[in-house]
Design a binder for this molecule. Structure first.
Ligand SMILES: Nc1ncnc2c1ncn2[C@@H]1O[C@H](COP(=O)(O)OP(=O)(O)OP(=O)(O)O)[C@@H](O)[C@H]1O
Length: 736
């Protein structure tokens, strides 16, 4: 739980609002009413637990953690020493600090802030803070202090001066940069000692428990050696009790009052929530209370919120609300800054004025002292002059006697005037001296208490107390950290348990999966073997089929005419369903089926001569030759028509060979029988071919003439083929 020492901007240490919860004992009334306690506090851990009285189960207990928690047995001294004393020490270092007590009516806010008057044991925070401040001032060496106290209340959104009741009505809130929110005409009393402060405080008008009472202490401090000034401010606030309207007693006036108080308190709640949620808009301006607390909540101040609660089941809802508010307030961050050398410090003004008055008085006193001396000197000079002039005086006795009496008169007059002047000067000096005394009286000189052994022991005790407080705070923090860690450990343990269960389930699943995997693996082996068998069989079948195909292709290539073959390739379609090959009709370019033209049914067929003769001779066999169209049968379109027929081309070389065979060595005897003629031609051809093979240069002229032309690659391969065979191959046997 890192609550202190968080830095936000360079140089300024952010500090969270410190939240302390104090639970009072059951009141006599509550005990008499036999109300149950629903609140339990654990100061060592900083924990408060609250149980819903309607549903008493362990799950219904709500737990809240705070910076410190005090139960019914905690003393005022404990609370002060552990939480407020360090804060007041900060005031004396020049910080703005604030302590405010929040809670439902009758939960002990006034008891905590003021305590029981006249009972030194039960003194509250305010009188104890006075004591601490003055103990510090009385011990501080070489320092001047100016201590001012004000006391005001906010009642139904109206500010009232509790130290000067005549000041009522005219008080307003103002805001100034570097000063913050302040009340301009608020009466403040300059205190010279602790008695002044306590007297002022105890004699003041008592505030209503339905108003917010704010005690303001401003301490200006000046170190005489360095002449540096610091200003510490302490706001001690006893808020009005938050109360349910149903519990207030329902007079119209009371309801109006309660609703106004609640509005101010709810605006305080809204400010706390907005700050806790880091909202961009903080509604400080919603009420005078929140405006006054502006610096204390989220501003330049160190703040302690004391949330007072009661333990009774009767107040369960209000207590829960207070605990929730307090919990939210924990997250509010303040930015306390030391107020060093402020421009508006009165102390500096006072010191300058005192200095000025001192110098003035000194000058006047000097002048006063010098006046009678001057008068004596003047007298002596006058007597000497008189002796010098005595001789001449005898001669002119009459005249000089007259002048002498005049001089004496003048001297007497001067004496009288200077005496008056001296008296006047003295009077002014006395006035200045009394003013100086008054100003000096308002300034408090530190270090009045001589550092005797008692004071030293007291200081030591205070040091020890603050040490103990610090340790206790650390203990609570550590305890809270420990609890957090325990919680985390528990969570981890739970997670581990759930993980173990998960592992068990997964192991079972894994085993099942493994068994399946083994079975599948075996199946795979079986399937693979079966597949191999099938494949071997299929390969054998494929080989057989390929053999058969080759045989059939050989037959097609060699014995099926090209056009039939072409028809087969273009028109043959495999019918997947019937698993057989069919010959489809030809499809024209336009996608239409090509049909053989049919004879026009209306036109008559030409009748043959034979048929005509038969008709003439009255033959009965003419039915067959009747003139009507007998071709109703649809035939396939031929691939070629007779128009497309071309004579087979005989290659030029063969033609040349044949021509030579026909021309050379005389005419062939065509009259002889056919076999003789054929053998003659054959022997001639053999001769020519042998000659051509042995002597290619002696090839016929036509052939030579062609070979003299540059040979293309195709021509070269054709001639190579020609040379391998003596005869042109039969058409049907030419390999495709
Ligand atoms: N911690 C405590 N120990 C003993 N008595 C307490 C404690 N807290 C409060 N009380 C007593 O409870 C009563 C109510 O306390 P107090 O008047 O301080 O409440 P309050 O919150 O200020 O009420 P209101 O909002 O009406 O001003 C007083 O009699 C007071 O002595």
């Amino acid at each position: 739980m890192e609550r202190h020492g968080r830095h936000k901007s360079a140089g300024v240490k952010n500090e969270c609002v410190q939240v302390v919860v104090r639970c009072r004992p059951l009141s006599n009334k509550e005990e008499a009413g036999n109300y149950q306690k629903v609140v339990e506090v654990f100061p060592a851990r900083g924990v408060v637990e609250i149980q819903n009285p309607q549903e008493v189960t362990k799950e219904n207990r709500k737990m809240f953690t705070y910076d410190a928690v005090y139960g019914p047995n905690a003393t005022q001294q404990n609370l002060y020493d552990e939480t407020v004393r360090p804060l007041v020490s900060s005031v004396l270092e020049g910080f703005n600090c604030c302590v405010f007590a929040y809670g439902q009516t009758g939960t002990g806010k006034t008891y905590t802030m003021e305590g029981v008057r006249g009972d030194p044991e039960d003194k509250g925070i305010i009188p104890r803070a006075f004591e601490q401040i003055w103990a510090h001032i009385n011990r501080a060496q070489n320092m001047n202090f100016l201590v001012a106290a004000s006391y005001l209340e906010i009642y139904m959104e109206e500010l009232r001066d509790l130290l000067k009741p005549s000041n009522r009505g005219g008080l307003e809130l103002r805001e100034r940069e570097n000063v913050g929110v302040y009340v301009p005409n608020l009466h403040s009393v300059l205190c010279k000692n602790v008695e002044d402060m306590v007297m002022g405080y105890t004699n003041m008008n008592e505030h209503s428990s339905r108003s917010h009472a704010i005690f303001l202490i401003k301490i200006e401090m000046c170190e005489l050696d360095s002449n540096t000034v610091k200003v510490g401010k302490l706001n001690l606030i006893d808020l009005a009790g938050s109360e349910r309207q149903s519990k207030t007693g329902a007079t119209a006036e009371r309801l109006k009052e309660a609703s106004k108080i609640n509005r101010a308190l709810s605006s305080l709640g809204n400010v706390i929530s907005a700050l806790a949620e880091n909202s961009p808009h903080i509604p400080y301006r919603d009420s005078k209370l929140t405006r006054l607390l502006q610096d204390s909540l989220g501003g330049n101040s160190k703040t302690i919120m004391i949330a007072n609660i009661g333990p009774s089941e009767y107040n369960y809802n209000e207590t829960l609300t207070t605990l929730r508010y307090a919990s939210r307030a924990k997250t509010i961050q303040n930015k306390p800054v030391k107020n060093e050398d402020p421009q508006d410090a009165k102390l500096k003004e006072y010191q300058a004025e005192i200095e000025r008055l001192r110098q003035l008085i000194e000058e006047r006193q000097k002048r006063e002292r010098s006046l009678p001396r001057r008068r004596k000197q003047k007298k002596r000079v006058h007597e000497y002059e008189k002796e010098e002039e005595s001789a001449e005086e005898e001669e002119e006795e009459y005249v000089s006697g007259e002048e002498n009496s005049k001089d004496n008169d003048l001297l007497q007059m001067a004496d009288k005037e200077s005496k008056e002047k001296i008296l006047r000067e003295r009077e002014v000096t006395n006035q200045l001296a009394s003013k100086l005394q008054e100003l000096e009286g308002q300034l408090v000189r530190g270090g009045r208490n001589i550092l005797d052994t008692y004071t030293e022991r007291q200081m030591e005790l205070e040091r020890k107390l603050s040490e103990i407080a610090e340790r206790k705070k650390r203990e609570v923090e550590m305890q809270q950290q420990l609890e957090l860690q325990e919680e985390t450990t528990l969570e981890i343990r739970e997670t581990v348990t759930s993980l173990q269960q998960e592992v068990d389930v997964k192991t079972r699943k894994l085993k099942k999966c493994y068994a399946k995997w083994v079975a599948l693996k075996q199946e795979l082996v079986d399937t693979r073997e079966e597949h191999n068998r099938d494949r071997r069989e299929l390969e054998m079948t494929q080989n057989e089929l390929i053999k058969e195909l080759k045989r059939l292709l050989l037959i097609i290539d060699n014995f099926v005419p090209a056009e039939v073959k072409s028809r087969l390739t273009t028109q043959a379609r495999y019918d997947e369903e019937q698993e057989e090959w069919n010959l489809c009709p030809l499809i024209a370019m336009d996608g239409q089926q090509m049909r053989r033209p049919v004879a026009q049914p209306a036109r008559r067929r030409p009748v043959s001569e034979y048929a005509l003769q038969q008709i003439r001779h009255g033959g009965q066999e003419t039915l067959r030759y009747r003139g009507e169209n007998i071709l109703s049968h649809e035939l396939d379109m031929p691939l070629r028509t007779t128009f497309e027929y071309r004579n087979p081309k005989v290659s030029a070389s063969l033609q040349a060979v044949l021509a030579e065979a026909m021309q050379t060595e005389g005419d062939l005897d065509i009259s002889t029988d056919h076999s003789n003629y054929t053998s003659q031609v054959k022997s001639r051809l053999d001769k020519i071919i042998n000659r051509n093979v042995n002597n290619p240069d002696a090839a016929p002229a036509a052939s030579r003439a062609r070979s003299s032309r540059p040979e293309t690659a195709a021509a070269r391969s054709a001639s190579a083929k020609r040379s391998t065979s003596a005869y042109p191959k039969a058409r049907g046997l030419i390999p495709k």
